[in-house]
Design a protein around this ligand. Structure first.
Ligand code: 5RP
Length: 229
């Protein structure tokens, strides 16, 4: 059985060209992209990268990838990241690994954003995977109450018996909506709540390509209309 995530990641890395500034995602699928990019660097390719989390930063360094200070750059050539769910229009839920804020900044500032997933991440409608929302700790209980008023049940994310803290010093609330039929509208409502930093809803307009790895070893590049190819 082939590793579907690895197949998708390696395909995405094949689009990277000499001299590019690359956005690196976070998670078990992005892991394979970082490994594959590390191999290209060892083989003589010159690229620089920006990492979406401390974990990715450490992994990239281990792989010999040169990281840049992202406060100094305004445009990323290509970014590669996983997703928790991808709907038929290519809207995404991200943030399962808690790196949603930096991932969103990177994706939204990339000329090209490649999403790498195993076929198990493809859904008709988003929402089965609880939507991660990053919130500031100040007033957290009120912010959570305001999120619940949008029609979800919430879980304040925990890690090792403590509140999970993001790389930005914030909390994550996992919001179970079950079915999200209008992601853009829901994202706007969530963002209008004071205390919310960002939601894990990523707009399809920012997605250049969804690369799907399948367990039979095949890889599909999805067109925006749906999952037919
Ligand atoms: C991290 C993310 C990840 O891309 C997402 O959770 C998918 O992870 P994986 O590739 O491990 O399934 O958004 O914040």
């Amino acid at each position: 059985m082939m590793d579907a995530k690895k197949q998708a990641a390696e395909k995405a890395v094949s689009f990277i060209q000499e001299g590019m500034l690359i956005g690196l995602g976070t998670g078990s699928t992005a892991y394979w992209a970082i490994q594959a990019l590390g191999e290209k660097v060892k083989g003589g390719m010159h690229i620089t990268a920006v990492a979406s989390s401390v974990a990715t930063e450490e992994l990239a360094k281990q792989c010999g990838i040169t990281l840049v200070d992202f406060t100094q750059h305004t445009q990323i050539d290509l970014s590669i990241d996983g997703a928790d769910e991808v709907d038929a229009q290519h809207n995404l839920i991200k943030g399962g690994g808690g790196a949603l804020l930096r991932e969103k900044i990177i994706a939204y500032n990339s000329k090209s954003f490649l999403v790498i997933v195993s076929e198990t991440k493809l859904v008709h409608y988003l929402g089965k995977f609880p939507l991660p929302v990053e919130i500031v700790p100040f007033g957290a209980a009120l912010t959570i109450k305001n999120l619940q008023a949008l029609g979800c049940t919430t879980q304040l994310r925990q890690k090792e018996g403590k509140d999970f803290i993001t790389d930005n010093g914030n909390l994550v609330v996992d919001c179970a909506f079950e079915t999200i039929k209008e992601p853009e509208i829901l994202d706007a409502k969530i963002r209008s709540i004071p205390g919310v930093v960002v939601s894990g809803l990523f707009d399809h307009n920012k997605v250049s390509q969804v690369i799907v790895g399948r367990e039979n070893g095949s890889v599909s590049l999805l067109i925006p209309e749906g999952f037919g190819c």
